[in-house]
Every structure is written in structure tokens, then in C-alpha cells.
Design a protein around this ligand. Structure first.
Ligand SMILES: [Zn+2]
Length: 245
């Protein structure tokens, strides 16, 4: 049967473990969020290309509208030309019409340019979509790994909490109270393991008398510097074990 101090030491180990599990449980969703953001960042390339294509279409529509307007102008000139009474007037319309028709040719060239550009953009979209599909699967795998890891740690937390609760039942009430108060005030470290002559947490050297008491008795001793409960890790035993093996 373990004594109270040993049980407290076991409890501290379990509490440390639970703290680590909590940290992992908190970190995993953050990591998943980062991966999702990275993945969605890759999608932006596709979205930008789609925007470029939209602009291209608008520009083409505008050019087509321009052509309709010019054609309208030409047909008006033709009407007026047919009604012209002098040769000079007639020639004037001929050159106006020629000028407008040249404009149409230029706009048509721009439309062809825009069509070629849109072919390139569409290819860009297809390429980046294909690339995205490839990397999306990798991201999904990573996310699913993190999710299983999260589930594992949530289960582990439940199991370890149960073990902790069972452990607490065996610990004398007064000791448990002291432990819990220290745990709260000392940043989750109530027990300090002493392996040499130093407090294992605050690292201050223990007075020889205190160290002697710690080694030779099972008394409840606290560190004079940090106030934590001292727990001896007996070195002699370790050395004996080493010789045995
Ligand atoms: Zn200390």
C-alpha cells in the first residue's frame, strides 16, 4: 500500500499528463484551422482567374456594343448619303463611312485579342483547378489525421480523469486539500521531486537538515523557497537497480 505522499506524487504525474492532453486538445483545432486556411489560399488562384475571365467577357461585350453603335452611325450616314444633292456632299459621306468602317475593323481586332486572352485564362482555370484537386486531397488527409488524433486525446482524457478520480479516493483528505490548494496557486505544480539536493521545481538547494529529514523520514516536508510538497526520488534504489540489471 502506497503512503499518502506517494499517492500525491502519482496524482501529480496524472495531473501533468492531463495538462498535456488538454494542451493537445486545444492545439489540434487551431492546427486544423491553419491547414484549412492554407488550403483555401490555394483556391484564391482559381478565384482570381475566374474574376479575370469575368472582366474579359465584360470587355468583349462592351466592344460588341461599340460595333453596333458604329454600324448604326454608318447606316444613318448611308441614308443621308442617298439624299445628298452634291457630289462633294456625297464624297464627304463616303469618307465618313470609310472612317467608321476602319474603326469597326480595329474594334474587331480587339475582340479577337480578348478571345485569345480568354482562352488562356480558361486554360489557367483548368490547370489551377486540377492542381487544387490534387492538393485538396492531401489537405483533407492531414485534417482527417488531426481529427482522429483529437478524438484519441478526448478519449484518453476521459480515461485518465477517471483514473485520477479513483486515485483521489485513496488520498487522505487533508493531504488532498493541501495538494489542491498548491496545484491552484503554484501553476499546476504542487509536488516537487527531489533527486539530488535541490528542489526539483524551483531549483533552490535544500538545507542539509531538511534534506536529511526528507531522506530519512516519511514526514510531510515543503520547500522553504517555493512551498511545494517535496517528494524524494530515492537515488540509492536507482543505483541498486542499475547494478542488478
Ligand atoms: Zn522549491
Amino acid at each position: 500500500m502506497k503512503d499518502g505522499l506517494e499517492l500525491l506524487h502519482d496524482l501529480q504525474i496524472k495531473d501533468d499528463l492531463l495538462k498535456d492532453i488538454d494542451r493537445i486538445i486545444k492545439e489540434i483545432p487551431e492546427r486544423i484551422k491553419e491547414i484549412e486556411q492554407e488550403r483555401d489560399g490555394k483556391k484564391i488562384i482559381i478565384e482570381n482567374s475566374k474574376k479575370k475571365l469575368e472582366i474579359n467577357l465584360k470587355e468583349r461585350k462592351k466592344f460588341e456594343g461599340d460595333i453596333l453603335q458604329i454600324k448604326d452611325k454608318i447606316s444613318k450616314y448611308k441614308d443621308q448619303m442617298n439624299k445628298s444633292t452634291t457630289n462633294k456632299e456625297y464624297q464627304g459621306f463616303i469618307s465618313e463611312i470609310k472612317y467608321e468602317e476602319d474603326k469597326i475593323t480595329k474594334v474587331e481586332e480587339s475582340i479577337i485579342e480578348k478571345m485569345l486572352e480568354s482562352d488562356d485564362i480558361m486554360q489557367e482555370i483548368r490547370d489551377s483547378e486540377q492542381e487544387y484537386e490534387g492538393i485538396k486531397a492531401e489537405y483533407e488527409n492531414k485534417i482527417s489525421d488531426h481529427k482522429s488524433n483529437l478524438e484519441y486525446h478526448i478519449n484518453k482524457k476521459q480515461k485518465e480523469t477517471k483514473i485520477c478520480d479513483t486515485l483521489k479516493v485513496d488520498i487522505p483528505k487533508n493531504l488532498l486539500k493541501k495538494y489542491e490548494a498548491l496545484y491552484k496557486n503554484k501553476n499546476g505544480k504542487a509536488i516537487s521531486s527531489v533527486e539530488t539536493e535541490f528542489c526539483g521545481v524551483c531549483n533552490v538547494k535544500l538545507r542539509p537538515q531538511l534534506l536529511n529529514d526528507l531522506i530519512s523520514t516519511n514526514n510531510f516536508i515543503t520547500c522553504e523557497n517555493c512551498g511545494r510538497i517535496l517528494f524524494k526520488i530515492i537515488k540509492e534504489d536507482e543505483e541498486e537497480n542499475k547494478q542488478d540489471s
